[in-house]
Write a protein that binds this ligand. Structure first.
Ligand SMILES: Cc1cc2nc3c(=O)[nH]c(=O)nc-3n(C[C@H](O)[C@H](O)[C@H](O)COP(=O)(O)OP(=O)(O)OC[C@H]3O[C@@H](n4cnc5c(N)ncnc54)[C@H](O)[C@@H]3O)c2cc1C
Length: 492
């Protein structure tokens, strides 16, 4: 744990609780810019990582250089993920230039390899500002850069409205979390945008950036060595205009009925569909909450939405920060590990192959309807996710295999996967409240039926149609892969 003091520019910023020094180096006096390395928060405005970089740049009289790069070899790289990321990255670049600072991109590929680019950019910087992201490769990458670089590295939380570090470290349950979190929310609702004192960086670079705003993104993605069997999601178009349209739809169509419609998977307008844009930071929680607060909708709908976006999402972010590996099975409650372990040897008559699971071709029609949303839309309705996850415990050979399969399907297929909410929710499904009854396979872990969808008017027909959607066939590994960053050194 590094306890280095924050420098002027960050220490005197009201957003200082978002910032953590990852090493104790001093700024490079000959640095030509402050490097703002974005990994996931792909928005130009209302982005605390960028605002912290500008504040530090102003204090050092240096311009900010925003950098975003994508490699081919991060886990589950596919047309779906690359297309969404690059569309967001392109609009990030335009937005940065509109705000008066430079943003450069690199898409790593054959003929355009840039080994150690962040380190090379960092060597020319006075300091590096990056994201405080607790899951997937971001945390591993940040720690590695901080250990190896000669310049100071500051990690900034941009994913949450309330900086998690502001809350004490010892919160164990969601109700205690809410007692601490709710009173803080109003303090973070003001947009706090920094203006650069220095004109945009136009000096030399150690690489030749990609011009995402003028290139053909589809052709670029098609030429990469990534998984082309997973297609782009039509339901979630890439980029900032699509995210803004989704936010407008939330305010005008979804929010007025949200509290009652949100659980109805048969309705297309019951929920916001914002999670992919939140995961990749195309929209931030402050901007969404500002739109919700100003909307013409009843207070019960606004309160329900705030409970999901802030009460649940930020609770899982808070939990993930405290865990060495939020993605691991051993995070689930001890009683659930014990009861599931005791039933690990039970006969499992509903076992399915990985191929049937991936393609939503199991013997369970409701499960297939759920899975086809992940497979075809890159997103799944919340109510269906609960059934989908619970049933995997019976459809896979062991509780650990069920966990790994749930993470694999979620992370590979869903645009909002690889997130603190992914592993936090899967963990909550594996170990919600214990049931009074001991059952085969599940032990005291409560089971879940599909009545909440099937009992709705037209529910049976909706499920039958959703389960019968034709699928595209994906390449399937021989077994569920173990994420490389859980077992050792990832290649990124
Ligand atoms: C097994 C399982 C796996 C899940 N995996 C993910 C995941 O990988 N990524 C992810 O973002 N969410 C995940 N969720 C939570 C939730 O299902 C999705 O956030 C939600 O369905 C996204 O749709 P929406 O944006 O229309 O939600 P809305 O109902 O419109 O909610 C608005 C926002 O609130 C947040 N939110 C809503 N419900 C939850 C919740 N239960 N937990 C945390 N945040 C929530 C999301 O950011 C969401 O975009 C999972 C839930 C379960 C049960």
């Amino acid at each position: 744990m590094v306890t280095a003091a924050l420098p002027v520019g960050l220490s005197d910023w009201r957003g200082a609780p978002r910032v953590q020094a990852l090493n104790d180096r001093v700024p490079n006096a000959s640095g030509r810019f402050v490097l703002c390395w974005l990994q996931q928060a792909l928005r130009a405005r209302d982005n605390p990582v960028i605002d912290a970089s500008i504040r530090l740049g102003n204090a050092l009289s240096l311009p900010v250089l925003v950098y975003h790069g994508v490699r081919e070899d991060y886990p589950y790289a596919s047309d779906r993920l690359h297309h969404f990321i690059l569309g967001a990255s392109r609009d990030l670049g335009t937005g940065c230039r509109d705000r008066g600072f430079a943003c450069v991109h690199h898409v790593d590929r054959a003929g355009h390899r840039e080994k150690g680019l962040v380190h090379r950019l960092g060597a020319e910087a006075a300091a590096i500002v990056l994201e405080d992201q607790p899951t997937f490769v971001a945390r591993w990458q940040s720690d590695r850069v901080a250990a190896r670089t000669a310049v100071p590295v500051y990690a900034v939380n941009s994913a949450c409205l309330v900086p998690p570090a502001l809350l004490s470290d010892d919160i164990r349950g969601r109700s205690s979390f809410l007692r601490r979190h709710e009173p803080e929310r109003a303090n973070w609702m003001e947009a706090d945008e920094a203006v650069p004192d220095v004109s945009a960086y136009a000096g030399p670079l150690p690489f030749s950036p990609d011009a995402l705003d003028t290139c053909d993104l589809d052709a670029l993605v098609a030429a990469l060595a990534i998984d082309h069997s997973l297609p782009v999601s039509d339901m979630h178009p890439a980029g900032r205009p699509a995210a803004e349209a989704r936010l407008r739809r939330l305010v005008t169509e979804v929010l007025p009925g949200y509290a009652s419609a949100r659980n109805d998977a048969t309705r297309a307008d019951g929920a916001s569909g914002l999670s992919p844009y939140l995961h990749f930071g195309v929209l931030g929680p402050r901007e969404i909450m500002a739109a919700v607060t100003a909307a013409e909708a009843g207070s019960k709908h606004k309160a329900k939405f705030a409970d999901e976006l802030l009460g649940w999402r930020e609770w899982f972010h808070y939990q993930a920060r405290a865990l060495a590996a939020p993605e691991r099975y051993d995070r689930i409650a001890g009683w659930a590990v014990e009861t599931l372990g005791r039933h690990a040897g039970d006969p499992r008559p509903e076992l399915e192959t990985l191929d049937a699971l991936v393609h939503g071709e199991t013997r369970d029609q409701t499960w297939n309807a759920c899975q086809k949303q992940f497979l075809l839309d890159g997103w799944m309705h919340n109510n269906l996710r609960m059934y989908w996850c619970k049933r995997l415990i019976a459809m896979t050979p062991s509780p650990e295999a069920a966990w790994a399969t749930a993470c694999y399907l979620n992370d590979r297929l869903s645009l909002d996967g690889r997130d603190p909410s992914t592993y936090g929710n899967i963990s909550a499904i594996f170990a919600g409240s214990p049931s009074d009854r001991e059952r085969p396979i599940y032990g005291r872990v409560a089971v879940r039926g599909d009545g909440s969808t099937r009992r709705r008017e037209g529910g049976d027909e909706w499920l039958a149609t959703a389960a019968a959607r034709p699928v595209t066939r994906l390449t399937i590994p021989a077994e569920v892969p173990v994420d490389p960053y859980l077992t050792g050194e990832p290649t990124v």
